[in-house]
Design a protein around this ligand. Structure first.
Ligand code: F0G
Length: 363
């Protein structure tokens, strides 16, 4: 492996493997690959502080990762371990972001990537990423849960490394986001809000917070508030959902693989897993773009929708809150164009028309 070339972009502070090496299951022969993942911004959200009464609300902008989602943190570990173990190809099932990330890291390491996606239900930007990186994309006539079952069957029989979050290396990498929150804030927050689909990420955050707590780097652990879409809320209902439905396609999942991990995070943290409607998700999506300058994909806005649904009345006085913003808005251009096209003002190409429209806008 041309490890020097692969690690070149780590020069500015290092990727997840370098920064969190002590917390990851790496060996001497794990290649230290990176695309510059991790070290994502943590920014204050004053509109949410006003709405919830919290002293501080922080957004962990995981959309700033190299492929535009949090998946890169776990994928860099999973792909590095696949390379270490001599794999020549990786496979995953995905609602889009995992496939984009797997395809990018596989391309960087010279591995073939195969992805199974639910036909017609994946955002165009994510599909574009997977194909741009040369992945072979198989559109499955079924939902994500069917695709994941198929992926597990395929990797049992074919020489492919499975890089879904059932692969424990994915969880190991993703837990570094919680560690970064503590590293940035100096301690764990009181409450952490996070969207829940296949439930790998809530499992990973809880693991990260627990490891820092046990190592006495954090003095406490947050309550975890997991948020599902109401049409795809198996963890809230307590049973799998056969036909999950939501506009937040990234979390359109009826039988989460990390069900037990999510349950443990909820119970051990004294937290909750709640459901929000698509309308609440879209309201949070617009609020983040309008008032915070953060353009995320709908599934990511679920964390904020959940925070507002539970604490919109101002019950969080004295508390410090973090919401994970999991993926970038440009991944789902159709959703974005749908919500902004109504506001397009068509004008003739002349000063008077343009100025009139602007003066009207200035109100
Ligand atoms: N937010 C985004 C943008 C996602 O892409 C996902 C999951 C989640 C939240 C939920 O995270 O599954 O760990 O509970 N996306 C997976 C995928 C399923 O295939 O890209 P989770």
């Amino acid at each position: 492996m041309a490890s020097n070339a692969l690690r070149s972009s780590a020069a500015l502070g290092g990727g997840v493997l370098e920064r969190y090496a002590d917390w990851l299951p790496l060996s001497e022969s794990t290649p230290c690959i990176t695309l510059g993942e991790g070290s994502t911004p943590l920014v204050r959200a004053q509109s949410l502080e006003r709405a919830t009464g919290a002293d501080e609300v922080w957004l962990k902008l995981e959309l700033c990762n190299p492929t535009g989602s949090f998946k890169d943190r776990g994928m860099v570990v999973a792909v590095a371990k696949a390379v270490e173990q001599g794999a020549s190809a990786v496979l995953c099932a995905s609602t889009g972001n995992t496939s984009a990330s797997a395809a990018a890291y596989a391309a960087r390491c010279g591995l073939r990537a195969f992805v199974l996606v639910p036909e017609g239900r994946i955002a165009q930007g994510k599909l574009a990423q997977a194909t741009a990186h040369g992945a072979r994309v198989l559109a499955v006539d079924g939902n994500f849960d069917d695709a994941l079952t198929l992926a597990q069957e395929l990797t049992e029989r074919l020489p492919l490394a499975l890089v879904n979050s059932v692969n424990p290396y994915r969880i190991e990498g993703q837990k570094t986001a919680a560690m970064e929150v503590v590293d940035s804030l100096g301690d764990a927050p009181d409450l952490h809000c996070i969207p829940v689909g296949n439930a790998g990420n809530i499992t990973a955050y809880w693991k990260g917070y627990c490891e820092y707590f046990h190592a006495e780097i954090a003095s406490r652990r947050p309550k975890m508030l997991g948020v599902q879409a109401s049409g795809a809320a198996p963890l809230v209902l307590g049973h799998p959902v056969e036909h999950p439905e939501t506009i937040a396609t990234a979390i359109r999942i009826g039988a989460p693989a990390s069900w037990k991990g999510a349950e443990a995070a909820r119970v051990e943290s004294g937290g909750e897993i709640i459901a929000v409607t698509d309308e609440q998700i879209l309201a949070a999506y617009r609020l983040l773009a309008d008032t915070e300058g953060v353009f995320c994909e709908p599934a990511s806005a679920a964390s904020v929708a959940g925070l507002l649904a539970r604490h919109g009345g101002g019950s969080l006085v004295g508390q410090r809150v973090v919401c994970t913003i999991t993926g970038h808005g440009l991944k789902d251009p159709e959703r974005a164009v749908e919500s902004i096209s109504a506001d397009l003002i068509e004008i003739d190409s002349n000063y008077d028309d343009a100025a009139a429209a602007i003066v009207e806008g200035l109100g």
